[in-house]
Design a protein around this ligand. Structure first.
Ligand SMILES: [Zn+2]
Ligand SMILES: [Zn+2]
Length: 141
């Protein structure tokens, strides 16, 4: 890489407009992560354990000084049906939402999605009572 390109690479906001083709070793599970297979220009989390690093303030800007490990704590579905992963930084607690990549571990994604269902905030055996309370139209009376 010549010097001009190297300088460009570390400019603030570079990754916003350029594909991120870095390879890295996941700090959490140790898996080598390569850009190929993500189905996106920005690979910002490990496809195996879904962990990320707090290096961006806005996706791809590399403006954060924190550098903490970000755990995948939730998933949600965008309007277009696309899955996104919610990451929380272990060090500073910030929350980020990132598109799920094409090769993200589907079982890991599902296990995160199922967590609230597996640990409901009320006793599961009372779900019938709750449904009865809602009178069939979804409204709580
Ligand atoms: Zn990993
Ligand atoms: Zn952080």
């Amino acid at each position: 890489m010549n010097r001009e390109n190297k300088r460009k690479q570390y400019q603030k906001g570079y990754y916003k407009t350029h594909a991120c083709d870095d390879s890295f070793t996941c700090r959490v599970c140790g898996r080598p992560v390569v850009p190929a297979g993500a189905g996106s220009d920005h690979r910002n989390h490990c496809p195996n354990c879904l962990s990320s690093l707090h290096v961006d303030d806005e996706p791809g800007d590399r403006a954060a000084d924190c550098g903490g490990i970000m755990d995948a704590i939730g998933v949600w579905v965008r309007k277009n049906g696309e899955w996104a992963v919610i990451h929380r930084c272990r060090r500073c607690g910030v929350l980020h939402s990132n598109r799920a990549a094409a090769d993200d571990n589907p079982m890991k994604l599902m296990s995160i999605a199922m967590k609230p269902v597996a640990f409901p905030p009320f006793p599961l055996e009372r779900i019938e009572e709750l449904i009865a309370l809602m009178g069939g139209d979804g409204a709580v009376r």
